[in-house]
Design a protein. Structure first.
Length: 256
């Protein structure tokens, strides 16, 4: 069994399990924060690096932050659709917006625009603090059975395997845009919405948006340190991403 396959089937599901348990302990906002961080995107890039080389991985990491604009479309569409539809309709509506936004970004040739990628940081902040609907009340605490954690992990593994399987067809630019594909933001919101209601979903989405600020920083640090540090580039990138995600979440709470 190859290292690449193990990364695909173990790394992301374990991250989803950690985010789910954190959400059980500290609430949906923290689960969203962890899901928004590069807990899935990081292992995906590592798998691509191991299978297709550092040059391919570098191009992917440069395009990934621009793709976060598509994540904003996904989160906002899901949030507003959730007012009228159940999770199994609201999430596909979000995915439709995500795919269309990603394809549009690629068609416009913006995938490797540094300034457009950096502009996603204030975009995420605005979406988290002003764009999302406000929860009507504090969400109820939902029980998290063990079988649900394993179901979330299996769903995450299936999504990661699907995304990495088609990456060679897309090429590094389109793969980069879709590296932030909402794997965690599909699995966690689906169960959160179904089991704890819309208010919990909105808190989770807010956490995802602030976590994606850390995701953006992670990929830019990774892209520019790969030539210097090789695989060790993941360490400073992860530290910077987590620090920014935590800081953004703390500031968003203060902003109300």
């Amino acid at each position: 069994m190859s290292v690449v396959f193990l990364v695909k089937v173990l790394a992301a599901p374990l991250m989803i399990a950690a985010a789910s348990l954190a959400g059980k302990r500290w609430g949906p906002n923290i689960a969203g924060l962890m899901g928004g961080l590069p807990l899935v995107g990081g292992p995906v890039v590592l798998a691509l690096w191991l299978s297709q080389g550092s040059a391919f991985a570098t191009q992917v990491t440069l395009a990934a932050p621009v793709g976060v604009w598509a994540n904003i479309a996904y989160m906002l569409l899901m949030a507003y659709a959730s007012a009228r539809f159940a999770w199994y309709i609201a999430i596909p509506i979000g995915w439709l917006g995500y795919v269309l936004a990603g394809l549009l970004l690629n068609e416009m040739g913006l995938a490797h625009s540094l300034w457009f990628g950096l502009a996603v940081l204030p975009g995420l902040w605005f979406a988290a603090t002003r764009g999302l609907p406000k929860p009507a009340a504090l969400p109820r605490v939902a029980h998290l059975p063990q079988i649900e954690i394993f179901t979330r992990m299996a769903a995450a593994a299936a999504l990661v395997l699907s995304l990495t399987a088609v990456s060679s067809l897309f090429g590094p630019t389109l793969t980069g845009i879709f590296t932030g594909a909402p794997v965690a933001a599909t699995v966690i919101p689906a169960f959160t919405f179904a089991n704890a209601g819309r208010d919990a979903l909105l808190l989770a989405l807010r956490g995802f948006l602030t976590g994606l600020m850390g995701f953006t920083v992670f990929f830019y640090v990774l892209a520019y340190t790969i030539p210097l540090l090789d695989y060790w580039a993941f360490l400073p990138a992860l530290l910077a991403g987590v620090a920014v995600g935590l800081l953004a979440t703390k500031m968003a709470r203060r902003a109300g």
